[in-house]
Design a protein around this ligand. Structure first.
Ligand code: NAP
Ligand code: HSE
Length: 429
């Protein structure tokens, strides 16, 4: 006789876990009808059973013992919403005990996804991780299935809600960095360790996951070149806007003839570019495929309910699989190792802000350094000087990064330049 319900164990009842429980309570009937069978959350692992919860749950569901979920043969699905890498053991143990996994954990999927998916296959199970990238935006399923006919050549996105929220508030409300970060944390967007967001590691993990799906590759997330936004100054946002740009933390993956190029870094984005209009915690991903052309996915990239929406969508799929015994293939197993192109071999335009002595020959010295390295200048502005110091802002045309860096090294040694304050890549208008 078949089952009359599928039993679920939840690991974590924080921001996302709360969203999942709220969605199950709000739309439970429709969700069970779509899944074809009732879904019952049997146990929820937390650290502190007495803590106030933003969602009402029967206190008897809460446990501080992982074994009550992992060792319960009636639980078919484990939803991991604790985060971090220490949960790997829980996921492995659950798979070995024949449970399906749903996770929102990009750190885990980016660093151990390949091994975990292999373990899932060996145990006839699967791991669903739609919520690990882009919060509520469907990205994993489109890359795996809907765009499967394409050779993907490029993906470009804003895939960290916390930093996009901070940059938006700094740009539009002129908030200082620390205040904007506090707001993002209060809204539940930030990671337990917010330096993962600020230093670009969260976006790098997500890019790694997306790129492996887009390019059928097996790259380790160390292959992603990463720069964060923690040194970004209000001044650069103001100057960027004067030049017709805003500053965004971009994640870019490209398949070039020489190999894959994967990078996360802040960049000046023209105000007319669709990514410039992606504000607050929203995320967006451009995908360029050789059949579809360009397609963009946009929506809330973090937060309880949007992320919960992706988790519960995975849950419906898992439960349908269990209920209907649908084929459960893991296509990621066939992905291949590919060459990685280092950033200095790539080309980009650059924005540069520096402090110079207000004296003859400074512009000429700069122009020489760039022309010796064949880097052409697009814009150069000297801000009004004070106390013998001038602030110079310039934007180059696209050049190989190693040529730009060679020019920069010459500028560093040039006596007329007192300090190089900021260097950012620029997306062409
Ligand atoms: P969170 O608010 O910090 O919640 C973590 C939950 O895990 C809490 O309920 C906590 O218990 C529990 N927990 C932590 N350590 C534990 C341990 N050692 N044993 C038992 N329970 C433990 O985290 P979150 O923001 O929901 O994030 C969860 C996952 O979703 C992470 O992988 C994150 O990267 C990912 N994610 C988050 C968002 C977002 O917008 N927040 C979006 C997409 C993906 P207590 O409640 O008792 O402290
Ligand atoms: N900290 C992440 C972000 C949560 O801000 O995008 C969503 O993955």
């Amino acid at each position: 006789m078949g089952k009359d319900s599928v039993q679920v164990g939840l690991l974590g009842l924080g921001t996302v876990g709360t969203g999942v429980m709220q969605i199950l309570q709000m739309n439970g009937k429709q969700i069970s009808s779509r899944a074809g069978i009732d879904i019952v959350v049997k146990k929820i692992l937390v650290r502190d059973k007495q803590k106030f919860r933003a969602v009402k749950v029967d206190p008897s569901l809460l446990t501080t013992e992982a074994a009550e979920i992992l060792e319960d043969p009636e639980i078919d699905v484990v939803i991991e919403l604790i985060g971090g890498l220490d949960v790997r053991w829980y996921v492995e143990e659950a798979l070995k005990r024949g449970k399906f996994i749903i996770t929102a954990n990009k750190d885990l999927m980016a660093t151990a996804g390949a091994a975990l998916l292999r373990l899932a296959r060996d145990n006839g199970r699967n791991i669903y991780y739609e919520a690990s990238v882009g919060g509520g935006i469907p990205l994993i399923r489109p890359l795996k299935h809907s765009l499967g006919a394409n050779k993907i050549v490029r993906i470009v996105g804003i895939i960290n809600g916390t930093t996009n929220y901070i940059l938006t508030r700094m740009d539009l409300a002129h908030l200082e960095f620390a205040e904007a970060l506090r707001e993002a944390q209060a809204k539940g967007f930030a990671e337990q360790d917010p330096s993962n967001d600020l230093e670009g590691r969260d976006a790098a993990y997500k890019l790694c996951i997306l790129a492996n799906l887009a390019f059928n590759s097996n790259l380790h997330c160390d292959s992603v070149y990463v720069e964060g936004i923690s040194n970004l100054q209000q001044r650069d946002i103001i100057y960027a806007r004067e030049l017709g740009f805003t500053i965004k933390l971009l994640a870019i993956g490209e398949e070039l003839p020489e190999g894959l190029a994967l990078r996360v870094h802040p960049a000046l984005v023209p105000l007319t570019h669709p990514l410039a209009g992606v504000l607050f915690e929203n995320n967006a991903l451009y995908v360029e495929g050789n059949a579809i052309g360009e397609v963009m996915f946009y929506g809330p990239g973090a937060g309880a309910m949007p992320t919960g929406s992706s988790v519960v969508a995975d849950l419906i799929e898992v439960v349908r699989n269990i209920n209907h015994q649908v084929e459960n293939g893991i296509m990621e197993i066939s992905f291949q190792d590919k060459n990685v192109v280092p950033p200095y071999e790539l080309a980009s335009a650059f924005y540069l802000r520096m402090q110079a002595k207000d004296q003859p020959g400074v512009f000429a010295g700069l122009a020489n350094a760039f022309s010796e390295e064949m880097v052409s200048l697009d814009m150069i502005i000297q801000k009004r000087s004070s106390e013998g110091k001038a602030e110079i802002v310039l934007v180059t045309h696209a050049a190989k990064e190693k040529k730009f860096n060679a020019a920069l090294a010459k500028i560093h040694k040039f006596a007329g330049i007192m300090a190089i304050n900021s260097v950012y890549r620029v997306i062409p208008k």
